[in-house]
Design a protein around this ligand. Sequence first.
Ligand code: 3PG
Length: 395
Amino acid sequence: LRTLDDISFGGKTAIVRVDLNVPVEDGVVADATRIERIIPTLRELIAKDAKVVLLSHLGRPKGKVVADMSLEPVAGALEKAMGRPVRFVATNWRDGHAREAVKAAAPGDLLLMENTRFHPGEETNDPELVAQFANLGDIYVNDAFSSAHRAHASTEGIAHVLPAVAGRALQAEIESLSLALENPDRPVFALVGGAKVSTKLDLLVNLVAKMQAIGIGGTMANTFLAAQDRPIGRSMAEREMLDNAREVIHRANEAGCTIFLPIDVVVATEFSAGAVSRTVSVERVGADEMILDVGPATVALLEKALKHMRTVVWNGPVGAFEVPPFDQGTVALAGAIADLADAGRLRAVAGGGDTAAALNHAGVADRFSYVSSAGGAFLEWLEGKALPGVVALRR
Ligand code: 3PG
């Protein structure tokens, strides 16, 4: 992978694809994690005397100009994080404003272009839009790992037209994730939670072949429990996925990968904050009860297994962590893994969807070895898929 070290930026214009697809509530950025991650790349390019042109999408405007998906409020948040001016360029990608703004800028200036998805050619990877993006500068820098699973004009197409390198954030993602999956210290443990077996089947099949052990929690564990003829009462589960769940277990047995399912669970007859709950063995879930978290015996079982591991990869909360008291399993496991990571016993990597939010809720995100900023891209990487945005940089 070529990086910022491999190319000279002095006096050049760097087109930097970043992922500023951040939550914006009432015009205010609600989580600045993705903004903070790109700061090192931007500072380095400015120090190297480049003009810096930022491209990003926000939301899914489907090729149209949608006012509440404008990147303008994000420019303000970026300006604060950088401590220097960010010129926001309003454009519909048909009006030539982007090109004019770049021409008028000086080395060291930082420009943020309007949402790339305001043009339909972004998602179709339209060569005309690719050429338009490429015309804005001399060198392409991709610092958006979390968008690398999309083969779009600004994430993939442009890398074929300009000299293309990885920014520091993308580089850190790849390095950290390879240390967890391609090239890890073994044994490796995957902790997989979340809602659906159906959306994580490819991921499980890939992990079963690579990991020494997998702990399954969250709503998807209910499907596995049902597949083993455990009573799951009124729990959410995918009845049509029982055979798939059995197949995962079968493959794990063949590959020598140990699968841990919950042995005790927290159940309630009602899913709401502070609902009356009880902890029971998985044999004793009542017909009118729902499984909403893993219990302390399961946490202890997983903790014991983790003590023998050198690497852990975590995707997906193991309970309904947004609604206390059903956050306790996730919080306890997050703490246990953070302690092991602190003690230098293992490398702990996490990412995908709700996972970063769950670790923040547990207050341990900064004690993990690495927390990916990616959602869908992290999942596709766990599935063993090649990410088009990264592949294009390797050419
Ligand atoms: C993400 O938030 O996962 C990325 O920004 C990609 O967004 P998308 O799923 O709309 O392509």
